[in-house]
Design a binder for this molecule. Sequence first.
Ligand SMILES: C[S@@+](CC[C@H](N)C(=O)[O-])C[C@H]1O[C@@H](n2cnc3c(N)ncnc32)[C@H](O)[C@@H]1O
Length: 233
Amino acid sequence: MDNKFLLPNKAERIILLQRINLASSFQKRIRKFFGRYFFSNFVTRFLVNRDDVAITYYKTMMDEYQTIKSFIDEADNNFLSIGSGIGGLEVIINQNLNNKSFYFIERNFISRKVKYGWGGKHNTEAYNDFELQKIFLEKNGIDKNNFYLFDYDHDKLPLIKFNVITSLYSLDYHYDFNIYINYLKRVSTKDTKIIFDTIRADYFLNIFKNVKIIKTDHDTVHKSKRILCSNFI
Ligand SMILES: C[S@@+](CC[C@H](N)C(=O)[O-])C[C@H]1O[C@@H](n2cnc3c(N)ncnc32)[C@H](O)[C@@H]1O
């Protein structure tokens, strides 16, 4: 792979919605001026260059991989991603570790007006498309027998024990961790590594025995921290 992802037709739109920081300053200015509806439905459809997104999304996911790579290794076999977006991070994990299984819990619709706020328990926002995600994962080297997509709104969620659970800028960033807490207790062991972004890292000292800050984000609106947690109290 040539320092960029292979994108299926139209994937650039959802990637830009999932990762608003990939938008150019020109696109962001249009969003500010004309509003979110216009941005979500016009700019992302007609004013986005697929090749630019393929390159910047790859670079961004490589940077994200650097933040977690020292915490995962060949002994980890089952990976769960909650709110992965199209799955660029998992493609990079797959390039670095052999023959792992990737489980995704996502949603299969695009909100008409993407707000990127804290949705708390309401959690109404989503911007993903399972058909595009499947093509993306296969095009970029994940064998179709090694990944499983679950729709948060309609599917029974997988009940196996995971080694690594990641949720970048999704769980406890856009919606309350407690939506998933009972599920996560069922699918983790005391050694499962659970990695996510939050603005309330201290809150998790009462939820997990181990909480480690692995990245501090000064750039995001919310000033979040990425934490690595294990062993529910
Ligand atoms: C800001 S994007 C982040 C995507 C990706 N993790 C990344 O870092 O590029 C948040 C993602 O969470 C998904 N999402 C929203 N609610 C969800 C839920 N209850 N369960 C799983 N995913 C959800 C959205 O569809 C969206 O793809």
